[in-house]
Design a protein around this ligand. Sequence first.
Ligand SMILES: *C/C=C(C)/C=C/C=C(C)/C=C/C1=C(C)CCCC1(C)C
Length: 252
Amino acid sequence: MNTFNILLNGNLQAGDYIGFTFFTGYMSMLAASVFFFVERGGVSDKWKTSLTISGLITFIAAVHYFYMRGIWLETATSPTQFRYIDWTLTVPLMCVEYFLILKPAGAKGGMLMRLLAGSILMLVAGYIGEAVAVENNIMWGVISTIGWAVIIYEIYMGEASKLVATSNNAAVVQGYKVMRWFTLVGWAIYPIGYCMLPGNILSGLVAGADLTKSSPVDLAYNIADAINKIGFGLVVYTIAKNATAAEQTKVA
Ligand SMILES: *C/C=C(C)/C=C/C=C(C)/C=C/C1=C(C)CCCC1(C)C
């Protein structure tokens, strides 16, 4: 099959549950992008950038899901390269969302840098464990988890959490709690998926799976992406909407 077929092939077989999640992932990311870009018009000026970023996160994911869906249908292998290219773009944008939300409370560049550094460590180590040094995927998974821990520390105990405690914007204070819950609980689905890789600690759980037809790791990642990219964007949207409403009652 040539590249053109890989891109456009829509031949989803009955019973291909992984393929199903690649298709629904693609379509729901696209729909979410349209929603965030359109809704941008309904919030006050200072929240528009946050909604633009929400829309970019799901749009970048939609484009990658389009490719990943094609690769899965054509080869039934994990599209690991596209997966990590997507994460390398979208995870830093989520860090930017934290920064934008906390900027009125005094967030500085250093906070954004720490979040980005944690993301880079998490993703580079994860990629090495999944694609380069597969035989050492447990060790690289542990290193990757340190990067995630840097992010969790910053938003639960570090400067970000201290800043939000000083904020007098009720919409931000409420929404921030939900955002960091996504980063702790929603993001935990990824390492659980990773641990099902051959040779890793949860691989026994999926020992019966025929890896030429199924990929438990991709199933976990696809579910996690839908929750974390669309859900996280909706939280930012809710903050923007509530804050805009509060600004308007103040003026009136
Ligand atoms: C939109 C994409 C998102 C939010 C991706 C998040 C990815 C992670 C939180 C990945 C984490 C990993 C670990 C903590 C250890 C094992 C390797 C990873 C990369 C799967």
